[in-house]
Ligand binder design. Structure first.
Ligand code: SF4
Length: 550
């Protein structure tokens, strides 16, 4: 099937409009309206793999077709990284090729965050051999390498695939990694285990050319945990575990969440979906996005814009009438989670009597050597399974009670805290200027420094708190839904010098009280002043808060 059909993959569902409209296939608009739509029409992003294996990895970086380099390679998880030494002031003024390094970021998808110790060992070895030791845990449960040379990509794929991992559609206008509860199948309080649905969606739709040309990225989350642990509110489609009063455990269907510019929280369609129907409903929602999604402007090409125009009721109707050909069952909303922490950090009993142990690296930053050691330590304590979380944390599963203390000590010795401070636990940071071409400021090292400063200044602070740091106005670290969201930008300090700083968003949240933080006009803080500012905010919060106030 061509990447963009001359005709719709389905019969156009509406009469073609005389106007160019939003480039929706379902109303007969197949002429590409921008460069991205054109390169997708010219060739399916999935096809770039053959060129990487047969041409680019042999002839080197300079042989790569620009439309592959800055477009289709994403379909296999590859982005060029930022050339070192270019400051944030140049981000917007340089041409993309001037920012491009000859090295890549490579994202490994970890659907459901599920890893074996063997897989983690291979991830660690690849990091040390091909990625200068880099390997970050992302807030979408993925692993990200940097410093990857195109020459090494086929060998990296071979090693990953040998242990059942892949980079297929880890980036690009595709169905991205499927978030899953990191404690699926083991938690005592689980409502329903969504793992079979994750596996079936992966089998049917990932790497499937029928869904490899979407208007933009498509994010999925499935969790049956009452802790609401996959940030379902900010995914394009999410299935959230609920108990139906008549039908039993199943999933509440949410659509149209997404942050970045024009952030929107997902909306409930009021429908209950049993486990075995999740893949079909997923197919219906992603097909609506493919067929009706807006393709004219990249900034309006997420499902949230279509939902905003249609409303939840019409969306459900079209899903039922045109795609599922049946009615969905009405169902209840999820209940308020009992904890504000959703990360599973700490020691918890599994339903089989063993334990899982969640730990917090600093802002998702680990390295290949540490990942290899984590795999070793887990193995020495009788575990062969680990999970990554949507909060840049990790969990070792299946630990016998008598092994727990020793495991905790071994992890802590690697600076992986099982009982971290609120600051270590609640601070996330995106990639930032170290590697990201869109970044304006540094984030990872700054986040780590901030944790140290806050731990030293207010060691008694124990409230759950989220401090999310972004290197630019995008939302990779979810600043809009943090208690304290920090959006990187350049600003003038007191002496009139241009310095790195942050616009502050206060009071955002996920969960049943989900909402976006407020951007107080003019509230910008230089990077250097961050610890002073946050210390002031938190001390004042502690002194003046009302009962139950967050
Ligand atoms: Fe890059 Fe901006 Fe995303 Fe951070 S938020 S990783 S700087 S695009």
């Amino acid at each position: 099937m061509p990447a963009t059909p001359e005709k719709s993959p389905v019969t156009p569902r509406r009469k073609a409009s005389r106007h160019r409209g939003e480039g929706q296939w379902a109303v007969g608009h197949f002429t590409p309206l921008n460069g991205n739509e054109q390169f997708k029409k010219d060739d399916d992003g999935l096809n770039v793999r053959t060129r990487i294996e047969t041409i680019y990895s042999k002839s080197g970086f300079d042989s790569i077709d620009p439309n592959d380099l800055r477009g289709r390679m994403r379909w296999w998880g590859l982005y060029t990284q930022r050339k070192p030494g270019i400051d944030g002031g140049k981000t917007a003024v340089l041409e993309p090729e001037e920012l491009d390094d000859k090295y890549f970021m490579l994202r490994v998808r970890v659907d459901g965050g599920r890893l074996t110790t063997e897989q983690l060992r291979v991830i660690g070895q690849i990091s040390e051999e091909f990625a200068r030791g880099t390997a970050d845990i992302t807030d979408r449960q993925n692993i990200q390498y940097h410093w990857i040379r195109i020459e090494d990509v086929p060998e990296i794929w071979r090693r990953l695939e040998e242990v059942g991992l892949s980079t297929t559609e880890a980036c690009g206008d595709t169905p991205r990694v499927i978030l899953g509860s990191p404690v699926a199948g083991i938690a005592e309080d689980e409502i329903i285990d969504g793992t079979p649905a994750i596996d079936e969606i992966h089998r049917r739709f990932i790497g499937n050319p029928a869904f490899s040309n979407l208007p933009r990225k498509f994010k999925t989350a499935i969790s049956g945990s009452p802790l609401l642990d996959v940030a379902h509110e900010i995914n394009d489609v999410a299935f959230v575990g609920v108990e139906h009063p008549e039908h039993g455990p199943g999933f509440d269907l949410w659509v149209g969440g997404g942050l970045s510019t024009n952030p929107k929280l997902g909306q409930r369609l009021g429908a209950w979906v049993p486990l075995d129907e999740v893949p079909d409903v997923f197919e219906g929602v992603i097909s609506i996005f493919r067929d009706y999604g807006y393709r004219r402007l990249r900034t309006r090409a997420r499902l949230k814009f279509l939902l905003a125009d249609w409303g939840a009721e019409k969306f459900r109707q079209i899903l039922q009438d045109e795609y599922l050909k049946r009615e969905l069952v009405d169902g209840p909303a999820p209940a308020e989670p009992v904890s504000r922490w959703r990360d599973h950090v700490g020691v918890h009993r599994q339903r089989d009597g063993r334990f899982y142990v969640g730990f917090a690296p600093r802002v998702g930053r680990v390295d290949g050597a540490t990942l290899t050691k984590i795999a070793e330590v887990a193995g020495e304590h009788g575990s062969s399974r680990l999970r990554t979380t949507a909060e840049q944390k990790m969990i070792v599963l299946d630990v016998e009670e008598q092994q727990v203390d020793s495991l905790v000590s071994a992890l802590e010795a690697l600076d992986l805290r099982v009982r971290p401070s609120s600051f270590r636990r609640g601070t996330m940071a995106c990639t930032g200027i170290e590697f990201c071409k869109l970044a304006i400021v540094e984030t990872k090292a700054r986040g780590s420094w901030l944790i140290d400063e806050l731990e030293r200044r207010i060691p008694q602070f124990e409230e759950p708190i989220t401090i999310n740091i972004n290197g630019c106005p995008n939302a990779c670290a979810r600043i809009q839904v943090a208690d304290i969201g920090l959006k990187g930008q350049l600003m003038l300090d007191g002496d009139g010098n241009q310095v790195e700083g942050f616009q502050v968003h206060l009071g955002g949240a996920l969960g049943l009280e989900a909402g976006f933080g407020r951007k107080v006009r003019g509230l910008k803080v230089t990077a250097q002043e961050l610890p002073d500012y946050i210390e002031r905010v938190l001390k004042r919060f502690e002194a003046e808060r009302e009962d139950g106030e967050r």
